[in-house]
Design a protein around this ligand. Sequence first.
Ligand code: SF4
Length: 336
Amino acid sequence: MTTTPQLGLADNYGRVATDLRVSLTDRCNLRCTYCMPEEGLDWLAKPELLTDDEIVRLVSVAVTHLGVDEIRFTGGEPLLRRGLVGIVDRTTNLLPRPQVSLTTNGIGLARQAEALRAAGLDRVNVSLDTVRQDTFEQLTRRDRLKDVLAGLAAAHAAGLAPVKVNAVLMRGVNDDQAPELLQFCLDHGYELRFIEQMPLDAQHGWDRSTMITADEILEKLSDRFGLEPTDAATRGSAPAESFTVHGGPQTVGIIASVTRPFCGDCDRVRLTADGQVRDCLFARTESDLRTALRGGASDEELADRWRTAMRGKLPGHGIADPSFLQPARPMSAIGG
Ligand code: SF4
C-alpha cells in the first residue's frame, strides 16, 4: 500500500521521509569523548520516556498511515532498553512490514543477537572507532572493546546482514588507524563507513579544524585499497558515498555530512525517546507527539500532527552558514 506524498511525511522541498529513526533511550554505557562528558548527562526521567506500547503505537502510525518503510532503533544505547526485543518483534509484525535495523555500540549484542534476529531484526550498525585496546579506552573511557568485538561476531553469526560498522576519526587520536580498521572489517566481512564528526556533542566542543574530512579519509585509504567510487545513480537517499575496494565486491563508505552534505535527497525523520518529532538531525525545534498521544488522540490525528511537523523541515543542516547554531539536544538523545 503506497502512501501518496500528500498523505506521507512530505516537506516543502519535495522530499518525503520514509526512514524513521527511533531513539529508545538517551542513556549510554560508554562515554565517548566526542559525544558526552565523563560524568554522563542528566538522563530523561522515566515518566517522560515513551512506554513500549507508546513507541509501538507511534511506529505503527508511521508505517500504516504515513508510508514509512524503514525503522531504525537507536539511542543513547538501545540495547539498554529492557523491552527492545518485544518492540522489534511487534514492529516486524506490522503490515506492510518495514525494514528494521539497529544502531548500537555493540555492548550486550553478543547476548541479544539471536533473540533480536528471531524477533525479525534485519540488520545492525555497530559503532567502532578503533580495534586497539588503548585507543578504545581513550576514546570511550571504558574497557569494553572485547564486548564490542564479540557483539559484532554474534551479529554476523546470527545472520544479521549486512553488519555495518560506523567509525568516527578524531585528529591525533585514531585518524592514523583508518587503514587497519578497514582491513579488520574486510577480513571479517563487515561493511565499514567512516562518519565525519558532526557538531552534536553535549559539550558543544566541536571544531571544524579537528574534524577529519572525507577528502582526508580518501587520501589515507585510496593507495592501499585501490578505492573507486561506485555508480552515484545507485546511491539514492543513502547517507554514505560508497567506494569499491580493489575493484569490489567489498566496499567502504564515507558519510560526509559536513563537507559533502546530502540533504537534498534526505528521506529521514526522527522520534526521540520522549516522543518529540525531529524533522532533521540538526533541527532546532521539535514537535510534541507525546502529549497528544497521552491525551487520547486517534491514529489519524497523530498522523496529521506528524505531517504538519514535516512542513517545517529546512532545506539543509546549515552547518556551513555563519549563523549555524548547534541543536540543544545532544546526539546521545537523538541517535544515529
Ligand atoms: S542533516 Fe538533516 S536534512 Fe540533512 S541529511 Fe541529515 S537529517 Fe537530512
